[in-house]
Design a binder for this molecule. Sequence first.
Ligand code: GUN
Length: 294
Amino acid sequence: MTNLIDGRAIAEQIHSETAQRVTALKSRGVQPSLMFVRVGDDPASKVYVGMKEKTAARLGILSETRVLPDSTTESELLALIHKLNADSAVHGILVQAPLPRHISETNIYSTVLPQKDVDGFHPENVGKLMLGDKTGFLPCTPAGVHELLIRSGTKMDGAEVVVLGRGNIVGKPMAAILIQKDKNANATVTVCHSKTRDISAHCRRADILIAALGSPEFVKADMIKPGAVVIDVGVNRISDPAAKGGSRLVGDVDFTAVQKVAGKITPNPGGVGPMTIAMLMQNTVRAAELLAKS
Ligand code: GUN
């Protein structure tokens, strides 16, 4: 029997729920819409936004991408965001990271209207997550990991969870989601990072290990408690002369070895990635529903 957590299949379940909500909105005359903003030429960002656009179209969500040159100033980007904030036909705004170094991501993400912040990066939404206030938007990747855990029947109540990585996009919000006094949470969470002493010792205690540190195949089999649930959030490009184009993508987990010890594990690709997109679509439809109600 396989011990894989099939992110593609779970994302498809969520897509079919989202598509039904899109149909319901359209029957009330509301066309859910999502605006992407991409600055510069980052090849990975092009691929990610392209995938999100395709999924939006498949679910009946209108989407458009504004592509701005690398030379765009912060005030030009802020002006575009103000315009999109004011456009009542736009329900969600996603400014793809990374941004050029001369633009402050903090300034950009705190300018997107919280009600259109389908990325969950606005300080108001970050604050609501910490407070357990469910009226905000959750960031898509940690929300997707949480949904994978729920839909794979993983017990979180009282579980020892170890999160590797303390970034604002995954590690910190992931910990915040799982420590809430709530159904499908109530976990004891340890967040490990570059200054943690003896990461392996922490990992070996984990019932659920979530790797989001951005280090290729960092998690080895001897760091896993037998039977633990392992979630690999990493996307790392490593050079490989034998691969097409001289490089290939690997996760933060040494999958082949860890799969033998883990109780359940996400494949990579095909684990967390599709869930991030599923949660983005779900957030967008919710933004449209909330606006239609107000
Ligand atoms: N870059 C990598 N992950 C993300 C994400 O979740 N949202 C945005 N906007 N950019 C990203």
